[in-house]
Design a protein around this ligand. Structure first.
Ligand code: NCD
Ligand code: ZN
Length: 353
């Protein structure tokens, strides 16, 4: 990493947790991500979800076509595909995915946990043991939305309870399974990932590093700060910041950027998801600078992820420059618009094209 007070140049980063969606919005969201990132782990929660390799390859073709329409070279951005784990995912499907070399993880959504998760898993160890055994054997990572869906559990406690009810039993049965605890949001999660035996890592979003749950209610209800897992207390934000900027290579960048049309966020029952693909690296730089740890940004954004996934580090670079950057109020997208996180606010960094 090279830095002086006004610019930082790092190895080109990757986004290890991204929602690109499909259809008409694809062109804009792919272009936003490709401006900053060389690769991204593409979430499979489409409607219907991406549950097999054939569907993942077809989705990758649609993403590649969007790159072409945006005049982005195919070599400049590689979508790393994932499958959506269901109660019926077979060991054979895991093998097909692994042999494709296109699929880099299989995503666990507990049924009903978040946006488009109705097809999710109802009983992980009971229903998915054969798939998990194949994943462990083939080195295929399990990407976990780590929240229980039990309505009796307080929304803010669902990640901590997931560790006890799902992670610990899962990792007792499958100690060599690679697991990524996606969009980690709590101190309990950080402690668990730090001390766990075996191949466990976690992604952390920019919004969970920058905001605590007060942001949801500042001056009134703020739907654009609503995502799942929901923002937590300040003590949790500090634990996440400490993990992201610390020495452990188990923590890496995953934006969880998720575009929802403005009208469905500003709604009586607003959708969960924050759009950060436009300004991801500026947001992360702001968070790292807040604790004087810009020197750790490259490991978090560009080195730890490839090491965990067993992929090479990118060749290219990304430079961020210290300059005022006003986040747009709205981004036109297909026949609607998306409000980016922290719309209308100003950041102190801008990624150079
Ligand atoms: C994501 C989405 O919109 O697809 N929403 C979110 O709040 N993060 C789903 C997810 O990752 O939970
Ligand atoms: Zn997500």
């Amino acid at each position: 990493m090279f830095s002086n007070t006004d610019t930082i140049t790092i190895t080109r980063p990757d986004d290890w947790h991204l929602h690109l969606r499909d259809g008409a919005v694809l062109d804009s969201v792919v272009a936003d991500t490709a401006r900053q990132f060389a690769r991204a782990i593409i979430m499979p929660n489409l409607k219907p979800p991406v549950i097999n390799t054939a569907q993942a390859l077809a989705y990758r073709d649609r993403i590649r076509a969007a790159l072409d329409r945006a005049s982005i070279e195919q070599a400049a951005f590689t979508p790393l595909m994932t499958l959506y784990l269901t109660d019926n995912t077979s060991a054979q499907e895991v093998l097909t995915a692994s042999e494709s070399a296109a699929v880099h993880g299989i995503k666990l959504y507990p049924a009903g946990a978040t946006t488009n998760s109705d097809a999710g898993v109802t009983d992980l160890l009971g229903r998915c043991a054969k798939a998990l055994e194949a994943m462990q054997r083939l080195g295929m990572p399990l990407l976990v939305h780590g929240e229980v869906t039990d309505p009796a559990i307080d929304l803010f406690d669902r990640e901590a309870v997931f560790i006890d009810r799902v992670m610990i039993p899962l990792r007792r049965e499958f100690p060599e399974l690679k697991v990524v605890f996606e969009h980690l949001t709590t101190r309990e999660g950080v402690d668990y990932v730090r001390q766990a035996q075996g191949p466990v890592a976690a992604t952390i979003t920019a919004h969970h590093l920058l905001y605590n749950r007060n942001a949801l209610f500042q001056g009134g209800i703020r739907p654009h700060w609503y995502c799942l897992p929901v923002l937590k207390r300040e003590t949790h934000r500090q634990a996440l910041l400490d993990a992201a900027t610390g020495q452990s290579d188990r923590f890496f960048l995953g934006t969880d950027s998720a575009p929802h049309p403005k009208g469905l966020k500003e709604h009586a029952c607003g959708c969960a998801g924050c759009y950060t693909a436009l300004h991801a690296m500026e947001l992360y730089a702001t968070a790292f600078e807040s604790v004087g740890r810009l020197d750790r940004l490259e490991a978090f954004a560009s080195l730890n992820g490839p090491a965990f996934y067993g992929l090479p580090v990118n060749q290219g670079k990304l430079t961020l420059q210290r300059q005022p950057y006003s986040i747009p109020e709205e981004l036109p997208m297909a026949d609607s618009s998306v409000v980016p996180l922290a719309a209308g606010e100003s950041l102190g960094w801008k990624a150079l094209a």
